[in-house]
Ligand binder design. Structure first.
Ligand SMILES: [Zn+2]
Length: 212
């Protein structure tokens, strides 16, 4: 396989993991998790921190740009011949990594959302894709297997150290820990603000600015 064909097949391989039918929320999470693991494998990434800039930039027809003062934290734009992933360079590096991972998920899922993520009784399609992209970013930057390795094998068991190791914010790490299901919850530090967990989940008005 040449270096030219390999990246192109990467996107195709990730899209092939999505069934051609409407997916339930739990199915989406399962598929997204598998996509993240597959991308790490295809990009030969073996441990944290995930080089998300390099991974995204290596894909064909994807350009990554870090620019100041975007109206949102990140944005994926099709320019007619390729995708431009814009990330707000004025935000914290960990935030930029998360935003870029989220925008990459938009590219992967772009041709799939219409059939796989239709409106449900409780959630609009546009919200479902945002949730999927947020979950992809968490799975990609904080793979469960690596988390367990760091936590149990390396004994790194506090949020700041884990966040530093994985190149994510404390908020994103804490949210991931609380929802991973395979690691014990860590005691919360008094100055951590529970309201601002949106780094790892949804953007809400008045908190972080939106990604699109
Ligand atoms: Zn988005």
């Amino acid at each position: 396989m040449t270096s030219e064909t390999k990246p192109r097949s990467t996107l195709a391989a990730l899209r092939d993991q999505v069934p051609t039918r409407p997916l339930s929320p739990s199915e989406v999470r399962h598929v997204v998790d598998r996509q993240a693991i597959r991308l790490l494998k295809l990009s030969e990434t073996l441990g944290p921190p995930v080089p998300i800039n390099e991974i995204a930039s290596a894909l064909p027809r994807i350009i990554v740009k870090h620019v100041p003062d975007l109206p949102s934290s990140g944005r994926a734009q099709w320019n007619g011949s390729g995708w431009v992933l814009l990330v707000d360079s004025t935000e914290a590096k960990v935030r930029q990594r998360y935003s870029l991972s989220h925008e990459l998920a938009h590219v992967i899922w772009h041709p799939l959302t219409a059939h796989a993520l239709p409106d449900t009784t409780y959630t609009l399609a546009e919200d479902r894709i945002e949730q999927a992209c947020e979950y992809f970013a968490a799975c990609l930057l904080m793979p469960r297997v690596w988390m367990k390795r760091a936590y149990f094998d390396q004994g790194i068991q506090d949020v700041p150290s884990l966040a530093r190791l994985f190149g994510v914010s404390w908020l994103a790490m804490r949210y991931r820990l609380e929802h991973s299901g395979s690691l014990p919850d860590l005691p919360r530090r008094p100055h951590e603000d529970r309201r601002r967990v949106s780094e790892g989940v949804h953007d809400k008005p008045g908190q972080d600015r939106p990604r699109r």
